[in-house]
Design a protein around this ligand. Structure first.
Ligand SMILES: [Zn+2]
Length: 366
């Protein structure tokens, strides 16, 4: 069985709004020339381009998909939200939430971004593919059912997970979100769902500023099936792997999932403009290898990744390439030009001791 790579150029055309980086252009904030929000096509397109240049893409089953249909979207987003979004999109665009501008046709682009995740997940749960990666935009993990925020307008991963649950009654899913920001939208959708374990590794109080605390463990039937792992800024390769080994892996094993889904952001990388962490392409490679070993043990290797953040145009492609190499088992390599630099920049032992103490506290509190 093969690795699926779902993508569609049309999703790279999402746009709208007048921003200078994350600030609306107004008053003293000067407009960007040829730019805008950091959530932009270039990082994603260059990820795909690098795989074409190295030939890695030839080892994948490259596919597109139709837009997610209304029944798929309604499992996560209420009709009132979808109708308002569609009306504004048809009328030329606008903004519904926080940092979520969209242009004419933005609704259809978001439905396509979600649709790629839905089809990728269906292909894996049906046994057509061993694992799959969905590269699209806008991303989804911040979007709540009725509140788009953080560049996210539809909750792609959650829509795909709900579709898989509709196809396979009783399907148990473990979601691991290693985007550097808290997966607040995914958490909200599944907060009281005992069948879906949601885990978010993130830089503490980066975005959103007021969510992602360790104490938030779920509600109702879902108590214990949400796990936030807030990490201190400056944490790097070792901290991510230790957090995975000591907190993520035991939680996933205890959940006994039929499918593992990854909200895959590359914005914990040392060069990312929207975070202060020190991960590298090798960090994402090792996290992927660990996830694959877990999936092999627990659920016949079934993994679906949806692309979330990552804002370094030069570095996201190398992180993505490393992840896809692992997922596919390909021997085609793209050496990381920053590997030596980021290895030297890793935190020193006193920081590791401090960070390990934080992990100790979380492990003891579970
Ligand atoms: Zn992010």
């Amino acid at each position: 069985m093969t690795t699926g790579f779902y993508t569609d150029e049309r999703t790279f055309w999402a746009g709208g709004g007048n921003y200078a980086f994350t600030q609306p252009v107004a008053g003293l904030v000067q407009p960007f020339v040829g730019g805008g929000l950091p959530e932009a096509p270039e990082t994603k397109r260059r990820f795909k381009n690098l795989m074409e240049v190295t030939g890695l893409i030839g080892d994948l089953s490259v596919r597109t998909a139709p837009e997610a249909d209304r029944a798929d979207l309604l499992r996560v987003h209420p009709a009132t939200y979808l109708d308002t979004f569609k009306e504004m999109s048809d009328a030329g665009g606008g903004e519904l939430g926080l940092r979520t501008p969209f242009g004419a046709g933005g609704y259809e682009i978001c439905a396509l971004s979600a649709g790629l995740a839905v089809d990728a997940t269906r292909a894996v749960t049906s046994g057509d593919l061993r694992n799959a990666y969905s590269l699209s935009r806008p991303p989804g993990h911040h979007c709540l059912p009725e509140f788009p925020n953080g560049f996210c307008l539809m909750s792609n991963l959650a829509i795909a997970a709900r579709a898989a649950q509709a196809d396979h009654i009783g399907l148990r899913i473990a979601v691991i979100d290693w985007d550097v920001h808290h997966g607040n939208g995914t958490e909200a959708v599944f907060y009281d769902d005992a069948d879906v374990l949601t885990i978010s590794l993130h830089q503490e109080h980066n975005y959103p500023l007021d969510t992602g605390d360790f104490a938030d463990r779920g509600a109702g039937n879902g108590v214990g099936t949400n796990l936030n792992i807030p990490l201190p800024s400056g944490g790097g390769h070792q901290l991510y792997l230790e957090a995975f080994d000591r907190l993520v892996e035991p939680a996933v094993r205890a959940h006994r999932p039929d499918l593992i889904m990854i909200a895959c952001g590359f914005d914990a990388a040392a060069i990312d403009p929207l975070s202060r962490m020190l991960a590298s392409a090798d960090t994402f490679r090792q996290l992927t290898a660990r996830t694959m070993a877990l999936a092999d043990d627990l659920c016949d290797g079934r993994i679906v990744m949806t692309h979330e953040g990552g804002y370094s145009e030069v570095y996201v492609p190398f992180c993505g390439h490393a992840v896809i190499e692992e997922m596919s088992g390909s021997s085609i390599n793209a050496p990381d030009p920053y590997a030596d630099t980021f290895r030297i920049r890793q935190p020193k032992s006193h920081f590791d001791d401090y960070a390990r103490g934080l992990l100790d506290q979380m492990v003891a509190a579970l």
